[in-house]
Write a protein that binds this ligand. Sequence first.
Ligand SMILES: Cc1ncc(COP(=O)(O)O)c(C=O)c1O
Length: 457
Amino acid sequence: MALDQEYSPEELERLDKQFIWHPFTQMKDWLVEEPLIIAAGYGSYLEDVRGLRYLDGVSSLWVTIHGHRQEDIDRAVVEQLSRIAHSTFLGLSNVPAIKLAKRLVEIVPRSLTKVFYSDNGSTAVEISLKMAFQYWRQCQRRQPSKNRFISFINGYHGDTVGSVSVGGIDLFHKIYRPLLFKGIRVHSPYCYRCHLCKEYPGCHLSCLAEVEETMERYQGKIAAVIVEPLIQAAAGMIVFPPGYTQRVRELATKYNILFIADEVATGFGRSGALFACMHEGIEPDFLAVAKGITGGYLPLAATLTTQEVFAAFCGEYKEKKTLFHGHTYTANPIACAAALASLKVFERENTIGELQGKIAFLRNKLKSFGELKHVGDIRQLGFMVGIELVRDPDTKKSYPYGAKMGIKVTKEARKRGLIIRPLGDVIVLMPPLSMNYVEMEKLLEITYYSIKAVTER
Ligand SMILES: Cc1ncc(COP(=O)(O)O)c(C=O)c1O
């Protein structure tokens, strides 16, 4: 049965192809394929316009936390709608945004006391970069020569020009290089393909030497270092060895460099703690959050920072120390109400506590994937999983880009009732934190047999 009253599934497909350009999508392929058009969702499931159900294995691109149509969040959105949908945050405030800022400061690492809202992960990062840059021009002991950023190879911080400038994934970022500001990139610890050809833990994190040398060499020129704490998500769920991120934080402190934690992907429980920084007791100077902040309901983001950074922007009007940045939908009240409701669900359902058993279950079940002939590496941090497919596990040789192995596996999974989206040849699993054990079994079983069907045919 078609789920839309106005158009049939076929008409919707035709209209999609006629009018839409999809993100991160080769549209030539899209135009000849049968698109999946989602019309509804409930819990861990999505439903298409034909009424077919699929398990949502990637939380609708890493955002859904407590499942689709979570009653409390639904209600909070409707209640807020009965008051007001939007009012500007430039020169005005709103009730849910105030309550949410208070709540966020209560739950993030203690260093962070101020909340600057925006509406997606890229802008949350972009804002942290601008704040860090401007801070050194306005703080008490000014150092305007501190105007560059250290970032990591394989890092991903979004798609706006500033966040692409600190990106480190050539496939996405290289073409834009002439357009970008110049940064300093260092290797990240991709242990499966260690650039130093060492092995953890025998390596004693010797890759950190490059980070320290870079900080030392460019002393006085670096505004901040930006990192995805504990895991580079978009690069293919590259999990850092324990203690690595904390050491980068310590080095940043040693060389008087601000530390930006990009928790757009890891925030709100995804890593197994409320924020990934908490696994290693990290106190950042900036924290960028988005994706899961509203439980996966609405676009909202926040850049949190310290009192010290905030103070550098406070001055007489005529001094022009203002942060001249703001988006039209900043702190949208419906989005903030959804976020507040989501945080209440975290508390009431003990989401983080309940998650620990599920993470262990996932870890245990994932072991069997090692039996598959073309699985090279299995990486997991909390509820974030990357299964790297390789042509030859002995040499770790990858498939050619054009072989589209990751895409083929996800298509196979779709036939079996599971929605996943790969990162190259890394199969990503990132279920809603609310997914139950039976659904997790199904998620893993379909993924296993889809990989087997595609890589061992
Ligand atoms: C770590 C990280 N930072 C930033 C972003 C960009 O977020 P958005 O797509 O909301 O702009 C992403 C998106 O995947 C991300 O994973």
